[in-house]
Write a protein that binds this ligand. Structure first.
Ligand code: HEC
Ligand code: HEC
Length: 399
């Protein structure tokens, strides 16, 4: 699809969200955020913003909408990703020169002015018609294009049914309980008792990129119970791409971007909850208690598999956080997780697909793993998993 091909080219050239965030911050926000350090500069010069940090309205020069100016900087940039994806745009369509050092994020282009009005419109629609619930988002009308269509095409009317999935899962009739589905999953990957004895694991392998783009790295995922996790990707053959790291130490999370001018960025707000969930669910025996509320939907189909659909939700400071888990009804294994961070103009999705489960010392790990988010997609082939190895706590800290 057009949108993806555009975005894939971006990720292949190393222009990832981290990179964009970094660049965004070296410009307009530089006054509020640490100055980019030259290579080899002392590390204190690169200290990440404090966990709370300035709001987007404070950190940026020209962020004025009521819904966006109150966000943390990282949530604001997440919302920018939602905007771009909802319209089939990339950043440069509203911010000319984005992706180069010529970009002027502050300048108001006509599209940016329209987008600002639309942000207010979406807030008004939801407030006046849906009691403030997030029912209408940019995607509701735009559906991946800049000019929404208003009439159904007759080929669509007589074509295959629309299979787009809703974010919010509605309770299905006559379904088993969430607990029983999760219990069967935990049993399928080795059982609660075995997992209770596993306090850490390290998986290593290669990053395959997606459709031939962006791969070629080696990666390590390390997890420590209950809630620490780090993913590191190294490009040995392309040292100019740098190492990329996504780390969560139980309270704080960081992304270190491949070519960032600011070598690292601390997540504040909504995406932290996602990192927390990824860390907790690295240990299947912790899944049940990772969410306060569970909803079991109607069974669905992913590829050729019938799946149970379970949605967990947690209220957080930045809004409701949702994650949907899809389990194969035959094997009870987890095949997909989609989690949604909150943003005022549409939820921010991250999807993980799991396959090729193999035995590792009495428990099962998925050896194939695909990570998709608004900024790109990557496939990982795991070649080795070690359990109960000791991992230096610093590995989960600021990269
Ligand atoms: C559909 C148009 C649109 C797209 C696409 C878009 N933006 Fe924006 N951007 C805006 C609008 C509108 C604002 C101002 C928001 C406000 O006033 O609340 C803004 C503001 C910003 C700012 C703050 C600039 C300043 O200092 O005032 C940054 C940084 C930014 N965008 C980055 C990005 C990035 C990174 C992307 C791509 C992931 C992106 N934008 C995609 C419309 C867009
Ligand atoms: C209720 C439906 C609806 C929603 C929700 C909506 N839009 Fe729009 N948007 C439209 C329509 C209709 C147009 C085309 C207007 C026209 O043709 O003059 C449009 C046009 C635009 C354009 C100009 C495109 C161009 O090429 O000229 C931008 C940019 C835009 N919208 C951004 C957004 C953003 C960002 C959001 C979410 C904050 C959003 N829209 C939500 C209906 C909507």
């Amino acid at each position: 699809m057009k949108i993806w091909s555009k975005r894939l080219i971006l990720s292949a050239t190393g222009v990832t969200a981290g990179w964009l965030m970094s660049n965004a911050l070296t410009g307009p926000a530089a006054a509020q955020t640490p100055a980019p350090a030259a290579k080899g500069a002392p590390t204190q010069a690169t200290a990440a913003p404090a966990a709370k940090g300035p709001t987007a309205g404070e950190a940026f020069k020209n962020v004025t909408t009521a819904s966006l100016k109150v966000l943390t900087v990282s949530d604001f940039l997440g919302a920018m990703g939602v905007m771009a994806a909802a319209l089939g745009y990339d950043c440069a369509d509203c911010h000319p020169g984005a992706g180069s050092d010529k970009v002027d994020w502050v300048f108001d282009t006509p599209k940016k002015k329209t987008a600002r009005k639309m942000v207010d419109m979406v807030a008004t629609i939801n407030r006046t018609n849906f009691g403030g619930a997030q029912m209408v988002t940019c995607f509701t009308c735009h559906h991946g294009r800049d000019l929404p269509v208003t009439t159904i095409a007759l080929d669509t009317l007589y074509g295959p049914p629309n299979e787009e999935k809703r974010d919010i899962i509605v309770r299905g009739e006559g379904q088993p309980s969430a607990d029983s589905i999760i219990d069967k999953y935990v049993a399928a990957v080795g059982g609660a008792q075995k997992w209770a004895g596993i306090k850490s694991w390290i998986a290593t392998g290669t990053s395959l990129g997606y459709e031939g783009l962006g791969g070629g790295g080696t990666f390590t995922i390390a997890a420590q119970a209950p809630d620490k996790r780090v993913t590191q990707i190294q490009f040995k053959d392309h040292p100019e791409r740098g190492d990329s790291t996504r780390a969560y130490n139980g309270t704080s999370g960081w992304i270190k971007s491949p070519r960032g001018l600011v070598p690292e960025y601390e997540f504040t707000g909504s995406e932290l909850e996602g990192m927390h969930t990824d860390a907790l669910t690295s240990f299947p025996n912790q899944l049940k208690t990772a969410f306060r509320n569970w909803t079991v939907g109607q069974n669905d189909v992913i590829g050729d598999k019938e799946v149970y659909v379970l949605q967990g939700r947690n209220q957080t400071a930045s809004g409701m956080f949702y994650a949907t888990f899809y389990f194969d009804t035959k094997t009870n294994l987890l095949v997909r997780e989609v989690r949604f961070s909150a943003s005022p103009i549409g939820r921010i999705p991250t999807q993980m697909d799991f396959s090729d489960y193999r035995d590792v010392q009495g428990v099962k790990f998925p050896f194939k793993y695909q990570f998709s988010w608004l900024d790109g997609r990557d496939q990982f082939q795991i070649s080795d998993v070690k359990v109960n190895v000791s991992i230096d706590a610093a590995k989960f800290g600021k990269p």
